[in-house]
Design a protein around this ligand. Structure first.
Ligand code: MF3
Ligand code: CO
Ligand code: CO
Length: 263
């Protein structure tokens, strides 16, 4: 399998792209309030990406996707399309997924936002989804099989009441939005791919409150849970370093290390 290894110049560019994508999520936080429409959030992000950061919103026009970011509320699993009639309301849990291109290189990140006060179990779902991403970081180092990531997530989730969506995976990223390898978020027995310094990929587990069954709506984009229960997702773009990993989309106020030394 042809898995791109990025050189220093490419890593520098993807690091810059990663910073920009993380800035978008930091910037949008204060706007994620009850009453705002998802189209307004999209518009704010679009302007910030293009005008302030002089970057390109990668989702816009990607296989015909009509907006600049994905916004997925409550039982929407992913790929929600911003629109003028959906207003955020108190208690919503909202994923905003941002992918940008800067100097031809991509970075991809998403996080959950909570609108006002939400129910304990919704908050718990978001925290578990976040943790399911974070616990992979201390495990990533060259020489280990890539499937360590899915194993780690599944081992964590099996001790919670929640389930892992199987249809969507993380992906290599760089000069392309989606490239090799696929990063499964559940246990799999493929040990043929080994982590190497210079690999860059996303990890983006989707965790459901109920079953892991999902379906695609008639707009051919929006993915929802079959049982109408809540879904949550967090995503970072990760570089494998010579002794661990670097979180290329870490936000300035995010309480994790940027660089993990794991050996
Ligand atoms: N950002 C998503 C991912 O994590 C992909 C969105 S594709 C879009 O891979 F077309 F829906 F924007
Ligand atoms: Co992604
Ligand atoms: Co994404």
């Amino acid at each position: 399998m042809n898995i791109p290894i990025k050189n220093h110049e490419e890593i520098k560019k993807i690091r810059i792209a990663g910073n920009i994508a993380s800035n978008v999520l930091h910037m949008i936080k204060k706007h994620v309030v009850s009453g705002i429409t998802t189209a307004e959030l999209d518009n704010i992000c679009h302007k910030y990406i293009t005008k302030k950061e002089k970057a390109i919103p990668a989702c816009l026009g990607y296989y015909g996707f009509p907006k600049s970011i994905c916004i997925s509320i409550n039982e929407t699993v992913c790929h929600g399309i911003p629109n003028e009639y959906t207003k955020l309301k108190n208690g919503d849990i909202v994923n905003i997924d941002v992918t940008i291109i800067k100097k031809k290189y991509y970075a991809d990140t998403s996080k959950m936002f909570i609108v006002g006060n939400c129910q304990d179990h919704a908050l718990q779902l978001c925290q578990v989804a976040k943790q399911s991403l974070y616990i992979t970081f201390p495990k990533i180092k060259p020489g280990l099989p890539l499937n360590i990531i899915g194993k780690t997530i599944q081992n964590y989730i099996k001790n919670t009441p929640f389930s892992i969506v199987k249809e969507y995976c993380g992906h290599g990223i760089g000069k392309n939005f989606h490239e090799q390898p696929h990063i499964l978020h559940y246990n799999n027995f493929d040990t043929s791919i080994v982590l190497k310094p210079g690999m860059i990929f996303t990890i983006e587990p989707i965790i459901n409150a109920g079953t892991n069954k999902v379906f695609c709506m008639h707009d051919n984009w929006t993915i929802r849970t079959k049982d109408n229960n809540l879904s949550a997702q967090y995503e970072h773009t990760i570089l494998v370093t010579h002794n661990g990993c670097e979180i290329l989309t870490k936000r300035k106020n995010e309480k994790i290390q940027k660089i993990y030394v794991n050996m």
